[in-house]
Design a protein around this ligand. Sequence first.
Ligand code: GLY
Length: 399
Amino acid sequence: MEIQHALNCLAVLPLTLFLAACESTPRQPDEPFPMSVELRAQAIENIAESLRNSVEIAAGRFPVAPEDGTWEFDDGGWTGGYFAGMLWLMYAETGEQYWREHAEKYTWLLEGYKSNVDMSDIGILYWPSCDLGYSLTHDERMREVGLAGARSMMKRFLPGGGYMQNWGRLGEEDQMGFVIIDCLINLDHLYWAADETGEPSFSQAATSHAERTRVSHVRPDYSSFQVVEFDPATGEMLRGFTKQGYTDESTWSRGQSWGIYGFTRVYKHTREQKFLEAAMSMADWFIERLPPDFVPYWDFCAPGIPNEPRDTSAASMAASAMLELATLVEDPDRANHYRRTAGKILASLTENYLTRDLPGRNDGVLSGGTYFYEIGRSVDQANIWGDFYYLEAMQRWPE
Ligand code: GLY
């Protein structure tokens, strides 16, 4: 496994840099468990304060990721569900009407996406907004919007290829072959629609997409490609490459986290062992290469490690996934390993990566996120998805 990864990295890096960037980090199995009830309480209090601030600044727009500490906004994009979702999670945490009112407001602001067949991220938009909101309020209108969105998503399923079209307008020929590992996160919404309606076509499409991703994006050593180009007619893998990572053969940290999180959820819905294996093995690969403070650099093979930006959103997402994974694996030692590692990640994020500890204005909760390194977009800043997974992980901890 190591050899495969070494070959991948050697193709793009001098040996010394490869060793610095991609080697495993030895761990002490009996290191103390650093998360505590007190640290969790402090974290939730800090998230609540930051979120109130964001609600005031946002005024009906959706915060995405800051530049120079100041939120940039859009009308929902691919990340709007995370803002609504944080508001719902905070309502679930506190029961306070303030959070519910704003969660409802931002959920309804996403309604227009329900019939948009030209974007692939309705699942990411609607799982944390409509589905979560419906589970907390039983408001039937949210269920209806969620189901309409799921039906629009299904139009992008390519039966020949066995996957959901990710990029481009519906049916746009030169975009139909591309699938990013990130798209796994959309599948929860299809499984939700299957449960709500009893229609198996939703879950069949989701599982087919997950399987294409498992056999193509996940390399034999359980590192990952961010993007795979398929033959849309047959689902044959033509090539793997990157969009937001360092090189085609390196491993973009957030891509690895999308995989850990996504396959954990797919296993929870399907109970197919191969998805549990994928989630565990990708998590093991990730954990073995974490730096001493348990927060990954933006790419595991970034050439200037240790002087490279981190990606705290990859850390918070992986921590949240590991806490769920720990509830699904049968081996108690392995479950404990994931739980302990998630605790260390959360403790490190809370002690070392909060925007509130930085000078000047810094919107969002977690500093040190990297949206898109290559184009310099929101590097070493907060982002809304990293904050969502940090809150979700805190709520999952200790279980
Ligand atoms: N799904 C886009 C990203 O992770 O930046």
